[in-house]
Design a protein around this ligand. Sequence first.
Ligand code: APR
Ligand code: PHB
Length: 389
Amino acid sequence: MRTQVAIVGAGPAGLTLAQLLHVAGIDSVVLEARSRDYVEARIRAGVLEHDVAELFVQAGVGERVRREGLVHTGVELQSGRERHRVAFDELTGRTIVVYGQTEVVKDLIAARLESGRPLLFDVEDVSLHDLESERPRVRFAHEGAEEELECEFVAGCDGFHGVSRPSVPAGILREFHREYPYGWLGILAAVAPSSDELVYAHTERGFALLSMRSPELSRLYLQCAPDEDLELWPDERIWEELQERLGVDGWTLHEGPILEKGVTPMRSFVVEPMQWRRLYLAGDAAHIVPPTGAKGLNLAVRDVAALAEALVAWYRDGHVALLEAYSETCLRRVWRAEHFSWWMTTMLHRAPEDDEFTLRLQQSQLRYLRTSRVAATSLAENYVGIEHA
Ligand code: APR
Ligand code: PHB
């Protein structure tokens, strides 16, 4: 088997890259460890920066995003029992689109199948070879047979636990980590969202977030322990706690059947550089952000947009400059999002060891966001996405 670009992983990063390359006439093979059903059922993030939604439209996979995506012009920040709106459109002239990552992945898989180019699910034992040569090879097993794929570039889009990053020889990559002493308990509920916009709530009981997937589906999160036992959270207790944290006078949180629940730990992670020889890392393979700033999916898509542009410049015009600049270009944007996500997270969560001093700092920061247009604009600009960080 031969191709131009071997793409490891069919999450948003790998699938978006495959589509961008297809549109430019560049051949690729996508290798995914899981089944199509598994990948399409995984419930993940749900906020697209306007430019990311637009990128899907331009790449020919934005028809449903455009039709079903909910355009939001702001979010609500709640401190105790008071809410304050941050108006993205007014402050930055830009908006966001609420549309599930799960739906993005379904749209991309449908487009890939339509393109007729290869996307292999359920591949096993993926290993990368000869990355330092001009003809890297990817070995894997598929449907009981050992396969070898010869390529010109490898895109490591296989997430935090993938094989790509560990395939770089020791001593080349530098890793930066931060763990948080909390996680999110997330639910998907069959009830109309109780608010038109997202609500990020800071309370003395911990953080809560009201989000949504459609006019009929609510998505809600509660700060919990990183290893919280879901057994301890029957549906009634989840709703009770959400009522406590999100409750404000004159507003009702509507409850409904819980369709899905799960616990996500939180971490920050960055690897530098994001490239070694013919291997280019993108998305969660290269960086993780805690979900509070809604940046994970957007970063992944922007990485592969930069990579696709660089590969097109190489294949069309023989220009190597963009490929050489890939890691630096991405890392500028990544570190801005890392800071923003860390800042939103530590401003809004209560860590078990936090003292009253920390609480007062958080309250002061939230008050500053309510009273200063400059402070609110900074949050808004980061949330809607900074093009050139
Ligand atoms: N071989 C092939 N595929 C693999 C391997 C492997 N060894 N290891 C992992 N994968 C696959 C996973 O099964 C997954 O489908 O790689 C894919 C990686 O996808 P994601 O984890 O969704 O990562 P990415 O595409 O970078 O998207 C980042 O996902 O986790 C969210 O918040 C994050 O929104 C962000 C987005
Ligand atoms: C979501 O809807 O899943 C969501 C929204 C905003 C976030 C994180 C997750 O910051």
